[in-house]
Design a protein around this ligand. Structure first.
Ligand code: SAM
Ligand code: SF4
Length: 329
């Protein structure tokens, strides 16, 4: 098991497949992009499958989510999913994506064994989308969402970050739209993980504000906290249910005490937290020819040092060196 000194057990692995992306969301990446990781430093498809296999067979991981950067840019994605779906015990497999290209790949991903997708979409307005992501691809995301739903990658979840003065007026419209399409909408509070270090707490649209905006149009009933478990989203039944809406209040209502995450970056570094400033180089261990058991031991040691919380409220908080796109959100 991956257990830390506070007794938390990590069963949910986030694997970043690439640090590259075809969008430039203002809260994530600078307009000009970033210095991408050199190819030799990236784990190969075989190495990724081996790491996932060790996590699943030796370390008790039951959920694997592929992310990035934009994971659909990884050419070997379908093959990676297929090989991970063949592992015993079979992990649940999901993908977090900006949806561009999903219209083409949803069926193949489903056939390979992908269970679910989370698609990020912050606005219903193509113009606002262009301002927010610096690319004119709104249509592709909508097409990707439809394809994911049709392929049975359900429940399709939609991740939305609200930015003050940009798309924060759309909260209720987004929920209305999600309900009509049977997507489960989850708002994520903006976190200090942008490459430009431009995050300011005062500008962040808080969970409380989001709920207030939604409550103006919908009747929201909190789901009992027992149902939340280690899930980061607090959820509300909408108009009596069964439809739900979630808010991931990483900043104002952190869920660190129940965290069950472990992370692997595209270059093979284990991170015990999104906000961690230290990483463990598992790629070096892997490439030294170490057997599975030794790699698993290193992973266990890496996770033992996990801090009790993100430290966001600590005056000495320092943003991690890697931005969100290179960590794997
Ligand atoms: N490119 C894919 C996507 O956008 O879904 C996967 C990677 S992206 C880093 C994963 C999630 O992190 C997205 O839902 C995105 O909106 C969210 N995200 C990125 N930067 C963020 C930030 N500074 N605060 C909160 N969420 C952020
Ligand atoms: Fe790309 Fe996702 Fe970051 Fe947007 S949030 S720039 S889609 S990695």
């Amino acid at each position: 098991m991956l257990i830390d000194t506070y007794g938390r057990i990590a069963t949910d692995l986030r694997v970043s497949l690439t640090d590259r992306c075809n969008l430039r969301c203002t809260y994530c990446m600078p307009e000009e992009g970033l210095q991408w990781l050199p190819k030799p430093e990236l784990l190969t498809d075989d190495e990724i499958v081996r790491m996932v296999s060790i996590a699943v067979t030796e370390l008790g991981v039951t959920e694997v989510r592929f992310t990035g950067g934009e994971p659909l840019l990884r050419p070997g994605l379908v093959g990676i999913v297929e090989r991970c779906a063949a592992l015993e015990p079979r992990p649940r497999l999901s993908l977090t994506t900006n949806g561009i290209g999903l219209a083409r790949t949803a069926e193949a991903l489903r056939a390979a064994g992908l269970d679910r997708v989370n698609v990020s979409l912050d606005t219903l307005n193509p113009e606002v989308f262009r301002t927010l992501t610096r690319r004119d691809r709104h249509h592709d995301v909508i097409a990707g969402l439809t394809a994911a739903h049709d392929a049975g990658l359900t429940p399709v979840k939609v991740n939305t970050v609200l930015l003050r003065g940009v798309n924060d007026g759309e909260a209720a419209d987004l929920l209305d739209w999600a309900l009509r399409h049977a997507y489960e909408l989850r708002f994520i509070e903006q976190m200090p993980l942008d490459a430009q270090h431009g995050w300011q707490r005062e500008n962040m649209v808080t969970a409380a504000e989001i709920i207030e905006r939604l409550a103006a149009r919908f009747a929201l009933t909190p789901e009992p906290s027992a149902v939340r478990g280690s899930a980061p989203a607090e959820r509300w039944l909408v108009d009596g249910g069964p439809a739900r809406v979630g808010v991931i209040a990483s900043v104002t209502r952190p869920f660190c005490r129940a965290c069950d995450r472990t992370r692997l970056t595209a270059d093979g570094q284990v991170r015990d937290c999104l906000f961690a400033r230290e990483e463990t180089d598992l790629r070096a261990v892997l490439r030294s020819g170490a057997p599975d058991r030794e790699i698993a031991d290193c992973w266990r040691t890496a996770m033992r040092g996990k801090k009790p919380g993100s430290g966001l409220d600590d005056p000495s908080f320092l943003q991690p060196q890697r931005p969100m796109s290179a960590i794997g959100g």
